[in-house]
Ligand binder design. Structure first.
Ligand code: ADP
Length: 407
């Protein structure tokens, strides 16, 4: 490994930087990708491996290609010019020998000076120059592979160390946030529904809770837009129905959701926002989750009054780039007002956030969704949290309530 490994000052500082980079990844990006891991580790001088080398090493590359071996030499032993040069020369020789070996294929080969003219032959005798060149190339490759195993083992050790460090940093970052979060992180899975009247803060809290809990948010409106823009069969059907001015049947939403919940990223949990809105939808959701051998753990109910909901919704702004980034002109103003603080996109008001529509949505909440919340309550699966106070206060309250529920 090229980075200093002793317990000296430089090492400590590098480790600190690595930790900071990982915390940043953890807080801002959720689970880091190989690319982010590699970048964080390289920033702190903890590895010389590229993201592709890390991923190949982690996935257990055994017999490397020439290109991959040369890349590993460059990345791992590249600081030693002699080693690097020796490998480069070795592979150049292999290439030359292989070229020489195959070049004979196109023409007859003279294996001895006494061979007669016109004698055609594509196969070189075992002692011919073509066979000899290929044999020598194969010997060098075999020897190189033995040595490459050492490099691969080194790459794997570096990759393992990066993952271990990432895991440690993740744990301490979580511990730093709050003891309640640390308790929640010990759970193997978390399937949570966000319930509440329009404007209660489901989208806003989902935006923070998904990062804190490390589970993706599935928002039914986003899912529908995604299906329509990708032209999936459910998306096309939904569009046809909407264009006719009709309401999309539950089955169409469920098909989209079934497909979404079959993806790997939600196998350990999710935060569901925007569904169920009715008792029927909650039953369909139960059987859909049950198909995968899982169950909904809890419905988190954010509670606010109708007046507050109207105040919040009339000032709501959503990011033009990603509608899951929510802000409020007065309460949760974006930095510099016009730029989304999550991604820098500009803000717009949602088309359906007029006072009149909000009142209708509140009526739907009272008539259909509140009874759905009561259903989870009757099953002991409901946690009600006040949606008043600052966004951070509500997040803290929600996390404490979830931790208390999960025990
Ligand atoms: P929902 O998804 O439940 O409809 P949102 O998360 O979109 O609600 O929030 C509605 C509006 O209220 C948004 O403009 C949001 O910025 C704002 N908001 C969310 N939580 C709070 C809060 N705790 N205090 C003040 N405003 C909030």
């Amino acid at each position: 490994m090229s980075a200093p490994m002793g317990p000296d000052e430089g090492y400590e500082r590098a480790l600190g930087e690595f930790a900071a980079a990982l915390v940043d990844l953890r807080i801002n990006h959720g689970a880091p990708t190989y690319k982010q891991l590699s970048k964080a580790a390289q920033t702190a001088g903890r590895t010389s491996l590229s993201s592709s080398a890390i991923s190949e090493a982690m996935n257990g590359v055994r017999l490397p290609s020439m290109e991959f071996t040369l890349e590993l030499v460059r990345q791992i032993a590249g600081h030693d010019p002699q080693v690097r040069e020796a490998w480069r020369e070795r592979w150049t020789r292999v290439r030359r020998l292989q070229r020489r070996g195959t070049a004979y294929r196109a023409r007859p080969e003279r294996t001895s000076p006494n061979q007669g003219e016109g004698q055609q032959g594509f196969e070189s005798p075992p002692d011919g120059p073509r066979s000899a060149a290929l044999r020598e190339a194969a010997e060098i490759v075999a020897q190189a592979r033995v040595e490459a195993e050492v490099l691969i083992a080194e790459a794997q050790a570096q990759a393992d160390e990066i993952l271990r460090a990432a895991e440690e940093v993740k744990k301490s970052a979580v511990r730093d946030i709050s003891p309640a979060v640390a308790r929640l992180m010990t759970r193997e899975s978390m399937r949570i529904i966000l319930l509440g009247p329009p404007g209660a803060g489901k989208g806003t809290q989902g935006m923070y809770l998904k990062r804190i809990l490390g589970v993706p948010k599935v928002q039914i409106g986003d899912l529908m837009r995604e299906n329509i823009s990708q032209g999936t069969s459910s998306g096309l059907l939904a569009k046809q129905i909407m264009d006719r001015g009709d309401l999309i049947p539950d089955g169409v939403f469920m098909d989209m959701l079934r497909h979404r919940l079959s993806r790997e990223d939600v196998s350990d949990g999710f935060l569901l926002d925007g569904l169920p809105r009715t008792v029927e939808q909650s039953q369909m959701l139960d059987s859909l989750v049950d198909e995968r051998g899982h169950k909904i753990d809890i419905a988190l109910h954010l509670d606010i009054s109708r007046d507050e909901a109207v105040r919040r919704i009339s000032g709501r702004r959503i990011c033009k780039k990603d509608s899951s980034h929510v802000a409020h002109v007065l309460y949760a103003p974006p930095q510099g007002y016009d730029a989304c603080r999550v991604c820098g996109g500009g803000f717009v008001a949602r088309a359906d956030d007029s006072r009149h529509v909000v009142k209708n949505r509140w009526a739907v909440w009272e008539a259909y969704t509140e009874p759905t919340a009561a259903l989870y309550g009757a099953r002991g699966q409901l946690v009600k949290v006040s949606g008043y106070g600052s966004v951070d206060e509500v997040t803290e309250r929600a996390v404490d309530a979830l931790a208390a529920f999960f025990g």
